[in-house]
Design a protein around this ligand. Sequence first.
Ligand code: F6P
Length: 364
Amino acid sequence: MTKKILVLTGGGDCPGLNAVIRGIAKRARREKDWEVYGSIEAFNGVLNEPQEIIRLTGKRTAGIHVKGGTILKTTNKGNPIKFPLPQADGSIKFEDRSDELIKKLKALNFDAIINIGGDGSQKISKTLFEKGVPIIGVPKTIDNDLSATDMTFGFQTAVQIATDSFDKLVTTAESHHRVMIMEVMGRDAGWIGLHTAIAGGAEICLIPEIPYNINKLVKRIDSRYKHGRGFANIVIAEGAKPKEGKITAGKAEKGSEHVRLGGVAFQLSQQLKDAGCKAEIRETVLGHVQRGGTPIAYDRVLATLFGVKAFELALEKDFGRMVALKNNAITSVTLEEATKDYNFLQKDSYLVKAAKGLGISFGD
Ligand code: F6P
């Protein structure tokens, strides 16, 4: 009897999502009796009337591993457990639609569901699994902030994009003797920021895990200018904050699961001036370019292997698990484990110590 698997992508997009989808579809085709389907915009494709579910045929998935984004589209406003419903007065009411979703999934006769998404999406996977849904998670996020996997796909591509931009800012900083501040993504974790700072050779790296002292930063910048025409390059993660006061440039977006960050580069610039920094400062906010475009080879490989593994877990009926990379091997963990801890950069990690050894200041 033919078996059916449903694939979906939820939360923010990330380079490599299409490679996972293709990995699942290709691996499934090796088994004669499986059909692969995709739900458009996370679970909304199942919840919406009319439903938006497409068959992931060989034609639809051929060659998509090189494409950024997700052919299945995505949303961060589709949590079935806390579904945002816009009200007539403009406010948003949240409703639990998980039972409705489960009923609809049952009616569609899916034997397995693969939910590709970050922390929020895997929490949804866990709740649905506890309610009896045969689900498997695939971790994704450019932020690399999931603790149960050594790395998420998309992260290395984001670091590459940020490093390429950083390199360009270095030459103009040097020509104009300026301080360049480059803001990268990373709402709670500084992985993109620190990897970019090391790859690019930044003088200062500011990350959410290490609140900074503005006077220490001014001192570090001054040291770069003491022999005449200096220049300095700073990487700041969007979620970085000073020891005193707060500068999370955030706007709440209706129905979204998180506050929208972005703009700390400008606030840091002002703080530096207020603290006596004399150098000319320019700010660049990289934003969503870090999430777009074609995944680099590393991410394509990781995403493809995650896709193959996720399908194989479905084949073995090993539900309630999330695929993961551990010690360079593709494996899986329970959804419980997958959603337990956050992957913060540890202050005493070798990565931070090595960065300090290179003279990178965190302002701490
Ligand atoms: O979680 C990944 C991420 O890229 C964060 O670094 C960033 O804060 C957020 O997504 C942006 O989300 P959105 O696309 O909703 O603006």
